[in-house]
Design a protein around this ligand. Structure first.
Ligand SMILES: [Zn+2]
Length: 89
């Protein structure tokens, strides 16, 4: 038996054409929307520019003793080595 997953609009249940990710502070939301509801959502919305805004301050963070942002970074000590590739004739 073959199964097929179709995305439906989270508002009215019709087939969705857009998947939006909403970021609210640290919380992310995903929502599937049809054309109509997508248009309603982006009405009056603005698109953030990529990169740093001009005039924004560059802040250097001081390393804290305990970084507790919930995420841990993997610390890798070994670097990837370039493998000497044998020349193939
Ligand atoms: Zn909809």
């Amino acid at each position: 038996m073959a199964e097929r997953t179709i995305r439906v609009c989270d508002v009215d249940g019709v087939p969705a054409t857009h998947t939006v990710r909403i970021q609210d502070g640290r919380t992310n939301w995903l929502k599937d929307l049809c054309d109509k509801d997508f248009a309603a959502l982006v009405q009056g919305a603005r698109r953030p520019k990529r990169g740093r805004q001009p005039g924004s301050k560059v802040t250097t963070r001081k390393p804290r003793a305990k970084a507790s942002n919930g995420r841990r970074r993997k610390v890798t000590t070994a670097r990837k080595r370039k493998r000497a590739q044998p020349a193939t004739a």
